[in-house]
Design a protein around this ligand. Structure first.
Ligand code: SF4
Length: 381
């Protein structure tokens, strides 16, 4: 296993092979064909079959040389590799799998806009990503719906926002908004900000993880102009916390942009307490707040990456008390069909009796918390 910040041998090879210092260089050199993938890794039969199918019809393939360089090429179960290299299992459908697991199409009041809660909405500004994750909730549209949205295409969504003052927050998502040029992104941010009642913007991106050179000082200065703006990123494994990735997060924070992380719980990749403890501690050291640990959505063809709900509860129970609250995210399941998020917690209440509630602590002890004694002042008599 690679230690934080220590590049693997293949990363060094990739860096030496071509000058890929800028994010544009990385995007141009992204692995997006079977031959490029085979040149970087020795593929298993399942990976070859999954890759051929993905390229032919499904979620497209793209892996930045930077991210590919984090893979241990000798390990088919490498946690970085499993996030970005297709497998044959993607071709099978399981009971309960959905094409649009969060019901986003049903909750879309205007093109490129999703509103599932009264006070916030998601603006889909592009369908492109620098790396396509094999567990992506929006696999139905990423990489194949026309690229970055023009201001013209976003106009109905902006008009909807203007007409709905109850919406106070807009989350820019996609795809990954940071595959767009900075001036283009700034124009979209200005458009959203021009809606007077929008108080807060968030920007969802995996760039700090898969393309950290995208987080340039110039981008940070641009984003700073739109404060309050929060960056939501998506690290899933401590091996992703390289020196470059951590520096990207710190650059954002140094420019006054808070960074929060949403991890997805993925079978065989990060579904154990030790891996997640290392990830959450590493994020806090990089000044990133672990915000959510998300149960994987029931996206079609991703059953091989999903865990039973109990797995997440067990992991959270193991981390409770072991990790500072700052490093402990909420465990969330986004319910299938777009019915919204539910926070899952290990059962803390053991019983209620005799004016006391018995709670189970992280050490397993049962401790009573007394209800307030009834007095004329608080009993309503
Ligand atoms: S970066 Fe986000 S939108 Fe893009 S493929 Fe990964 S999970 Fe999907």
């Amino acid at each position: 296993m690679t230690t934080e910040g220590a590049p693997t041998r293949s990363l060094r090879v990739l860096r030496e092979r071509a000058p890929l210092k800028t994010w544009r260089d990385q995007a141009r050199a992204a692995i997006s064909s079977m031959s490029a993938l085979e040149a970087a890794l020795e593929l298993t039969p399942s990976e070859r079959e999954g890759t051929a199918a993905a390229i032919a019809a499904g979620l497209p393939l793209s892996i930045t040389p930077y991210y590919a360089g984090l893979i241990d090429p000798k390990d088919p179960e490498d946690p970085i590799r499993r996030q970005c290299v297709p497998r044959a299992e993607e071709l099978s459908e399981s009971d309960g799998d959905l094409r649009d697991p969060l019901g986003e199409e049903a909750y879309s009041p205007a093109p490129n806009l999703v509103q599932r809660y009264p006070d916030r909405a998601l603006l889909l500004v592009t369908d492109r990503c620098s790396v396509y994750c094999r567990f992506c909730t929006r696999a139905r549209m990423v990489g194949r719906d026309g690229g970055a949205r023009s201001e013209e295409r976003l106009r109905p969504a902006i008009e909807y926002l203007r007409a709905h003052p109850e919406v106070r927050e807009v989350i820019l998502s996609g795809g990954d908004p940071l595959v767009m040029s900075t001036p283009r992104l700034a124009r979209i941010l200005s458009l959203v900000k021009s809606v007077g009642h929008i108080e807060l913007m968030r920007l969802g991106t995996r760039a700090p993880v898969v393309l950290p050179m995208r987080i340039t000082p110039s981008l940070c200065r641009t984003l700073r102009q739109f404060a309050p703006l929060w960056v939501m990123t998506h690290f899933n494994h401590p091996r992703e916390l390289t020196a470059q990735a951590k520096a990207a997060c710190e650059r954002l924070v140094d420019h006054g942009i808070p960074v929060m992380n949403q991890s997805v719980l993925l079978r065989g990749i990060n579904d154990d307490a030790a891996t997640l403890e290392a990830l959450f501690r590493g994020l806090v050291r990089a000044r990133v707040r672990p915000y959510y640990l998300l149960q994987a959505d029931v996206m079609r063809g991703t059953a091989h990456l999903r865990t039973p709900l109990q797995r997440g509860l067990d992991v959270m129970a193991a981390l409770q008390g072991r990790l500072t609250g700052i490093a402990l995210p909420k465990f969330i399941v986004d319910t299938p069909g777009g019915h919204g998020k539910v926070v899952l917690t290990p059962d803390a209440i053991v019983r209620r009796e005799g004016g006391k509630t018995w709670l189970r602590t992280w050490r397993g002890a049962e401790v009573a918390y007394p209800d307030p004694q009834k007095t004329p002042q608080n009993s309503g008599e």
